[in-house]
Write a protein that binds this ligand. Structure first.
Ligand SMILES: [Zn+2]
Ligand SMILES: [Zn+2]
Length: 135
């Protein structure tokens, strides 16, 4: 039972989020969706696996102010989300993974003028995506 306990919830979470990579989820959404699929997972198992996937950079975690909750999004194909900056649409919540070069000029200026350094992995730039702009 031990090995199943380790990998099954993890794979189920990854699979579900990968299929819905453009959507934001709260931990409760993920738990509910997996149970609806017939995965018999309890809350602490799901939360623990989400935590681990965040630490590995496979999930992006961010604060969602409009619904006052912590949300998650799958991000494996973008490389480690600890190392680059994200932009988030303030309307639909969609996450964009940015190349750090985009911020290089700004980072240089901030260092020179203010003596501060951007924490790329923790920075989220609020924006409006094309789809929401045209609504
Ligand atoms: Zn990312
Ligand atoms: Zn949008």
């Amino acid at each position: 039972m031990k090995t199943e306990y380790n990998t099954r919830p993890r794979n189920a979470i990854i699979e579900y989020l990968r299929e819905n990579a453009d959507t934001r989820f709260t931990a409760r959404d993920i738990l509910k969706a997996l149970n609806a699929r017939g995965e018999d997972l309890d809350r602490s198992t799901v939360y623990r696996n989400i935590e681990r996937l965040c630490n590995e950079g496979k999930l992006v975690r961010y604060r969602e102010n409009d619904i006052n909750a912590t949300c998650y999004q799958y991000s494996e194909e973008h490389g480690s989300c600890h190392e680059h900056t994200h932009a988030q649409c303030s309307d639909c919540g969609k996450i964009f993974h940015l190349d750090n070069e985009i911020l290089d000029e700004a980072a240089k200026k901030m260092k020179e003028d203010y003596g501060i350094e951007i924490d790329y992995g923790k920075t989220v730039i609020m924006c409006k995506c094309d789809e929401c702009k045209s609504k």
